[in-house]
Design a binder for this molecule. Structure first.
Ligand SMILES: NC(=O)C1=CN([C@@H]2O[C@H](COP(=O)(O)OP(=O)(O)OC[C@H]3O[C@@H](n4cnc5c(N)ncnc54)[C@H](OP(=O)(O)O)[C@@H]3O)[C@@H](O)[C@H]2O)C=CC1
Ligand SMILES: O=C(OP(=O)(O)O)[C@H](O)COP(=O)(O)O
Length: 352
């Protein structure tokens, strides 16, 4: 069975999810939507996959970009839509999805209540089965949950405290900032990330604070996790190194000691758009004092949610188990299980 998928919003997230769907043998990308005629619309049109909101057809005709139909035409043809429209726009589309009886996956810019279920593969894949709507939590929350659920699988986590150092904008977002400031986000504590983590793990004692800084390439997190009993650094590192979609980077050995170097690493190992689907943890930052763990991690905001969306499609449509989806998604996206595997692949693919 192949799930017929639409992507409403062919932007930073949507274009990555659409490309990932095309790599799955149990999914069919039927079409994507744009509202502005630009190079991405040209690409989608040449792929024969471009659909537009009803009121935009004339605009694309004037721009000489052929469209395959309207958003409604697209929704007639699919089982599921991945809504990757700007934050808050997805909520406006929900009634249309309901009218067409299609399942819908929203993104982190929507409130939990829009979908009524927030999704993070490693935490609650099984709970998604049979639901009509799900929200893939945002990039920062995905990074937090991937770490927390990896730890919870092996230890009794008592509490989590995290400082989120947020990128000010994506590289292409030239109208956003800050350019030269560190902006509390918000100045009243806590930030929404802890609230979002609890939409997936309601029982967890988690609090987060956030600030926005002038960078575009990655988010960073400083974490403190407390356990019910003492743990060892060796045990924690073993869990992190074996966990899916977590990349423990030996910073001293590799020289990869900051977000710019992480992105350069992703470029040098040949990742398209320098996408790093994996959560990057600086190995040397992992330190344990009795029952307390401290570490620093980095999130490539533009791509970390891509595999989560692919898994959410399978989870909502009951295609396969979590383990099966993890295996299919990770192999098709080239997601690695370790730093050494990343280097191995780079060496074997170099020049190809
Ligand atoms: N950017 C990031 O780092 C992350 C974003 N997210 C979340 O993902 C979602 C999408 O964000 P992102 O990809 O960055 O957004 P973008 O602005 O990059 O892309 C939005 C897409 O939606 C289209 N669009 C805009 N308005 C409408 C509309 N009214 N109807 C249909 N399509 C529309 C745009 O088309 P056009 O360009 O033609 O106007 C564009 O293709 C948001 O909820 C965001 O919070 C989650 C994690 C990380
Ligand atoms: O950081 C993000 O959201 P998050 O802080 O809720 O995790 C996403 O990258 C979206 O950020 P934006 O709202 O600045 O586009």
């Amino acid at each position: 069975m192949s799930v017929k998928v639409a992507v409403n919003g062919f932007g930073t997230i949507g274009k990555r999810v659409a490309e990932a769907v095309l790599k799955q043998d149990d999914m069919t990308l039927v079409g994507v939507t744009k509202t502005k005629p630009d190079y991405l619309a040209m690409i989608a049109s040449r792929m024969g996959s471009l659909y537009v909101p009803e009121d935009r057809v004339e605009k694309f005709q004037k721009a000489g970009i052929e469209v395959q139909g309207t958003l409604k035409d697209l929704l007639e043809k699919v089982d599921l839509v991945v809504d990757a429209t700007p934050g808050g726009v997805g909520k406006e589309y929900k009634p249309l999805y309901e009218k067409f009886g299609v399942k819908a996956i929203f993104q982190g810019g929507e409130k939990h209540e829009v979908a009524g279920f927030s999704f993070s593969t490693l935490c609650n894949y099984e709970e998604a089965e049979g639901k009509q709507f799900a929200r893939v939590v945002s990039c920062n929350t995905t990074g937090l949950l991937r770490l927390i659920c990896a730890l919870r699988n092996h230890f009794k986590v008592k509490s989590v405290r995290a400082t989120i150092i947020r990128r000010g904008a994506d590289p292409a977002e030239t109208k956003k900032g800050p350019i030269n400031a560190i902006v509390p986000n918000p100045v009243t504590l806590p930030s929404h990330h802890g609230v979002d983590v609890r939409t997936v793990l309601p029982d967890l004692d988690v609090q987060t604070v956030a600030a926005v800084v002038p960078t575009t390439i990655m988010h960073s997190h400083v974490l403190n996790v407390r356990f019910e009993e003492p743990v060892t650094r060796e045990d924690v590192l073993k869990v992190l190194e074996e966990a899916p979609r977590i990349l423990v980077i030996p910073s001293e050995l590799s020289g990869v000691k900051d977000t710019a170097k992480i992105i350069e690493l992703a470029r040098d190992v040949g990742r398209k758009r320098y996408d790093l689907y994996e959560l990057a943890i600086y190995e040397e930052s992992v330190s344990v004092e009795g029952d307390e763990l401290f570490l620093m991690q980095a999130v490539h905001q533009e791509s970390i949610v891509t595999p989560e969306n692919v898994d959410a499609i399978r989870a909502l449509t009951g295609l396969v188990s979590k383990e099966e989806s993890l295996k299919k998604t990770d192999s098709t996206l080239g997601i690695v299980r370790s730093f050494s595997e990343l280097i191995e692949r780079a060496a074997s693919n170099y020049g190809k």
